[in-house]
Design a protein around this ligand. Structure first.
Ligand code: C2E
Ligand code: CA
Ligand code: CA
Length: 441
């Protein structure tokens, strides 16, 4: 009967449609994909599965409620649908996720063109209940049959590509390739092996000299951590510090770095009759640990290292948390006589005036700035301002004599970089000091 038919159509509609956006849902997507993939293999059907992930969906839900979130999905669906064509079908997938299936053989545009137009549409502000929100999105792409031959594999790879793209900012996209998942595997490996690295004594420190800008004498050394992993070889900090921060392992690793650096530098100073400073990098995760201040002070007294010869290097992430505890704690250490340096200056958002709350001794100008053509103008200005605030200026990443000359003329207090020395292991520091003092700049 007519009623029964209507009923069946309604059931069908509910099963295959996302009721909020009106787009076909995951059930429909999987069946469609099965049809494509199940086709005669000789036809060499080529498909692109594009995963689109909205940014800021959770924030909207948290601040304005689920209803606003749903409206946001409806508006997104509308924008994506406006780019649909017979060979390019949109589906609602899950949460803030949408999927496009593109039949590559019959496509009216390239996958790239489709994605770029959609990302542009989604970067435009959305009017949600009278409030304008700029949300934006990222895309990841996997191809059938190149990247996989079932829905789950293709989806996983598209998601991997998406998160890979997302690291270079909003509105970006990437197609899956094998090295992306290898990188993911490597990250998991690093996380696992990192847990036992400290107790197995797999970390060691290297030291890079800092040179007085005018006299060219050595003033001290920065300690830089390395990890000699039996499974993966010697690892540079950029590969594992972020993971150590996420897992909290940085807290105990950081304690070890500080103790080792003080112990090493005390020996160096005793053997060479010097009073060099040692600079130690500190992550904000360490500082936010509640006993940080007392642990630092205990370590220094245990290693019998003078407080005013330790310089702790922090970055602008200290100001990003809107959490004043970290700043208060660094100020406490400063009041005890420990020197505080702001690392990587010029890469973040802060200017000399926004960092007023932090009691600083030193600013380290990032090496990316040293490489700029207007380095002299820039550093002269920074050095001028820094000196007015009674701050010492260190330039890192000095590689050429020309750079050294320019920085010297600009009045830079300390210089650090490959021109003087690469970071060297503890055993080589003594011989370096002797050789440097003979030849010297
Ligand atoms: P950073 O504090 O900015 O350290 C300077 C980096 O620049 C070091 O890389 C150093 O080897 C490199 N470098 C020095 N001179 C030159 C030069 O002339 N040219 C160029 N191109 N590079 C130069 P490294 O040792 O790979 O350290 C990377 C980052 O890892 C450090 O950046 C620091 O943020 C972090 N890090 C290192 N050790 C520790 C640690 O013990 N604790 C924490 N939390 N982070 C650390
Ligand atoms: Ca540093
Ligand atoms: Ca730096």
């Amino acid at each position: 009967s007519v009623a029964l038919k209507k009923n069946r159509e309604e059931v069908y509609r509910l099963a295959y449609t996302d009721t909020n956006t009106g787009l076909p849902n995951q059930n429909m997507l999987m069946e469609t994909l099965d049809v494509y993939i199940g086709r005669d293999e000789k036809q060499e059907q080529e498909l692109a599965l594009i995963y689109i992930l909205l940014n800021g969906f959770d924030d909207i839900c948290a601040s304005y409620g689920c209803f606003a979130g749903n409206l946001m999905l409806v508006e997104t669906a509308k924008r994506i649908l406006s780019r649909e064509c017979p060979s390019c079908k949109a589906y609602y997938y899950n949460g803030p996720g949408f999927i496009l299936l593109v039949d590559m053989k019959n496509a009216c545009r390239t996958v790239q063109e489709t994605i770029e137009s959609i990302l542009e549409d989604l970067s435009k502000p959305m009017d949600i209940q009278g409030n304008y929100h700029r949300i934006g999105a990222n895309c990841g792409i996997a191809f059938y049959p190149k990247n996989g031959s079932d829905f789950n594999t293709l989806l996983m790879q598209a998601i991997t590509a998406l998160f890979w793209a997302k690291r270079s900012g909003e509105g970006t996209y990437a197609s899956f390739n094998q090295s992306m998942s290898e990188e993911l595997v490597k990250k998991t490996q690093i996380r696992n092996y990192l847990r036992k690295a400290l107790e197995n004594q797999e970390f060691f420190l290297e030291y890079q000299p800092q040179i007085d800008g005018s006299t060219k004498e050595i003033t001290g050394f920065e300690a830089l951590i390395r990890w000699n992993s039996p499974e993966m070889g010697v690892m540079q900090p950029n590969l594992f510090i972020a993971i150590a921060e996420k897992t909290g392992l940085i807290i105990s690793i950081g304690d070890w770095v500080l103790a080792q650096a003080c112990q090493d530098m005390r020996k160096i100073n005793e053997q060479n009759h010097t009073s060099f400073t040692v600079a130690v990098n500190v992550s904000v995760v360490q500082i936010l640990n509640d006993t940080y201040v007392s642990r630092v002070l205990n370590t220094l007294s245990k290693e019998r290292f003078p407080l005013n010869q330790l310089e702790l290097e922090v970055t602008e992430t200290l100001f990003m948390d809107h959490d004043s505890r970290a700043i208060t704690r660094m100020n406490q250490l400063h009041d005890h006589g420990i020197r505080i340096a702001l690392d990587d200056f010029g890469t973040g958002y802060s200017s000399l005036s926004t960092i007023n709350d932090l009691k600083l001794n030193t600013i380290k100008i990032d090496k990316s700035l040293i490489r700029r053509s207007d380095v002299q103008e820039l550093t002269t200005m920074m050095i001028h301002m820094g000196h007015m605030m009674r701050l010492g200026i260190v330039a890192e990443g000095v590689e050429t004599e020309a750079e050294m000359k320019e920085l010297e003329e600009a009045g830079c207090d300390r210089l650090q970089g490959f021109l003087f020395s690469k970071p060297i292991p503890f055993e080589k520091v003594g011989p370096f000091i002797q050789k440097y003092n003979e030849t010297r700049f």
